[in-house]
Design a protein around this ligand. Structure first.
Ligand SMILES: Cc1cc2nc3c(=O)[nH]c(=O)nc-3n(C[C@H](O)[C@H](O)[C@H](O)COP(=O)(O)OP(=O)(O)OC[C@H]3O[C@@H](n4cnc5c(N)ncnc54)[C@H](O)[C@@H]3O)c2cc1C
Length: 271
């Protein structure tokens, strides 16, 4: 796939041409690049990332007894590589097991993944799926738009630097990009329209998702330095409620860091 832009009839009359490997070119007023971390659109826009992690994940088919043991439970573990962690999520007769951490420490992460799988007696079980993927976190100030091409989700490096969760970032940035594209097609009663709506997209993303990414970076620094303390803090009876609110999306790390007590603890742990 390739992208080229033309500005027929001035900027408002511009088009993006998407060249496909097979089939005819596609012309559009706006292209939203939601093609993931290794897609073409991020390269076209010039996305820069300063955190690259590798995630290794498998889906293991378990028997009824093991499925029962995991029902209503999930496991989050911290790994040997600073900033890495592992998980076990039950999905009925399938357990999803994975680890994620700094790509530069790939060998240590593969060892961590094997040991986690072994620890829970899964090594010899059939796997529906076993794969490795990179996740990339955008550097501060990395572009989100080039002309009529907007990037969203992983293509833009939008994800939480601490948890490396990106689904909600992809949905929210995709929605903002969709609104900007719709405003090019059909002027709205309020807000910017036409090319101005595309120009406003990066600032809208920065305003909504930027504070969450900054907060994720701060917590990652504390977690990388003192994983055991962070683990104890998040799993202790007094704070476990906060942890569940975070993972259920009922609060955010950014909101919690606005509380002076929480900020002081996180800053102290990162030192
Ligand atoms: C192991 C692992 C576990 C994760 N677990 C979680 C989790 O529990 N919670 C969470 O929130 N996030 C998690 N994430 C991150 C999450 O998967 C991503 O942030 C999210 O999927 C990003 O969505 P996206 O739509 O931007 O990109 P993607 O989900 O990568 O979708 C991009 C799509 O574009 C398609 N594509 C690419 N190029 C082309 C092309 N040229 N033509 C046509 N199609 C193309 C791809 O095939 C793909 O379907 C995890 C990541 C990893 C690696």
């Amino acid at each position: 796939m390739g992208l080229t832009e033309t500005a027929e009839g001035g900027e408002d009359g511009g088009w993006v041409t998407v060249r496909l490997r097979q089939g005819a070119d596609v012309r559009a007023r706006v292209v939203i690049g939601a093609d993931g971390t290794s897609g073409r659109c991020g390269t076209h826009v010039g996305v820069r990332c300063d955190q690259v992690d590798v995630g290794l994940e498998g889906e293991f088919v378990v028997d009824a007894a093991m499925a029962d043991r995991w029902t209503g439970r999930m496991l989050i573990d911290w790994g040997p590589v600073p900033g890495s962690y592992g998980w076990v999520f039950p999905k009925g007769r399938v357990l999803t097991v994975g680890v994620i951490g700094d790509r530069e420490q790939g060998a240590a992460l593969r060892g961590y993944y094997r040991s986690l799988v072994d620890r829970y007696g899964l090594t010899d079980l059939p796997r529906e799926h076993d794969s490795g993927h990179l996740t990339r976190v955008r550097a501060a100030g990395s572009p989100l738009r080039r002309g009529r091409v907007l990037v969203s989700g992983d293509a833009a490096g939008l994800l939480d630097p601490w948890t490396r969760e990106g689904i909600s970032f992809a949905l929210r940035s995709g929605r903002l990009a969709g609104e900007a594209a719709a405003a090019v097609a059909a002027p709205r009663a309020s807000g910017p329209h036409g090319v101005a709506a595309l120009a406003a997209y990066p600032a809208r993303v920065e305003r909504i998702l930027g504070p969450e990414m900054d907060a994720g970076r701060e917590v990652l620094a504390a977690f990388a330095r003192r994983p055991a303390v962070m683990h104890a803090l998040l799993s202790s009876p007094g704070t476990f409620g906060l942890f569940t609110r975070l993972i259920e999306g009922r609060t955010t790390v950014a909101r919690q860091l606005r509380r002076p007590g929480v900020r002081a603890v996180v800053a102290a742990l990162a030192r």
